[in-house]
Design a protein around this ligand. Sequence first.
Ligand code: SAM
Length: 226
Amino acid sequence: MSTLSIVATPIGNLEDITLRALRTLKECDVIYAEDTRVISKLLAKYEVKKSVQRLDAATEIKKADEIIARLEAGEHVAFVSDAGTPGISDPGARLVSYARDQISRRDLDIKIEAIPGASALTTALSISGMEEVFTFLGFLPHKKGRQTALKKMSESEYATVLYESPHRIIKLLQELEALNASKIIIARELTKIHEEVISGTPTEILEHFSNHEDTIRGEFVVIVSF
Ligand code: SAM
C-alpha cells in the first residue's frame, strides 16, 4: 500500500513541527508544497534533502493526477501548505477529495493519512479564553456573498472565527462595528515574537489599531460574538 501524507507545518515558529511530521518529510519520496520557497526554509532548518514539487490552488486538480500516478507506482507522497494544516483555508482539500474519489472508484491500494500539527484556528482558540461554541468561517468572501455572510454571523447564536489579512482587518472591524458586534478577540502573529491577543468591542479595537499602527501588520485570527 502506498501513502499520501497530509502534513501540518508551523504557522510562524519553525520549532512547531511534530517528530512524526519531520520523519514523514524525511522518509517520503517526494514533497508537494503550496510554495517551494516556504517549505525550503523548514527543510533547510531540519536538514531534510528532498525533491519538492509545487502544488498550489491553481494547479491542485492538474497535479492531483500526477500524484495519483506516483502513488500507484508505489511512491510515498507528502503534501504541505504554506503554513499550518493543509485544507484549512489552504490548498489540500481538493487534492484529498479527488484522491478519495479515485481510490474508491478504481479500488486503489492507497492510504491517505493525516500528520496533525499547528493551525492558526486551534492556536488562537487555545489562548483566547473563549468558552462559547463557535463556527469557523475562515476568510469571508471579498465581494459577492460578503454581506450575507456578515448578516448570518450577526444572527448566529455561536461565536464566529475568521481569518483575516492585514490589508482588510480595518474594513472588517468597521463592518463588525456597524453590525453592533458585542465582543471581538483578535489573535495576532501567533507563535511569533509579537504574538498578542486583544479583546474588546469593535470600537475599542479600532481605537487600539489607530493608536498602534505598527500592529496592523501580521496575520490575524478574529473571534466575533454578537
Ligand atoms: N492552513 C492554515 C491554518 O491551519 O491555520 C491557514 C492558512 S490561511 C491561507 C492564512 C491565514 O491564517 C492568515 O491570513 C491568518 O488569518 C491565519 N494565520 C496563519 N498564521 C497565523 C499566525 N501566525 N497568527 C495569526 N493568524 C495566522
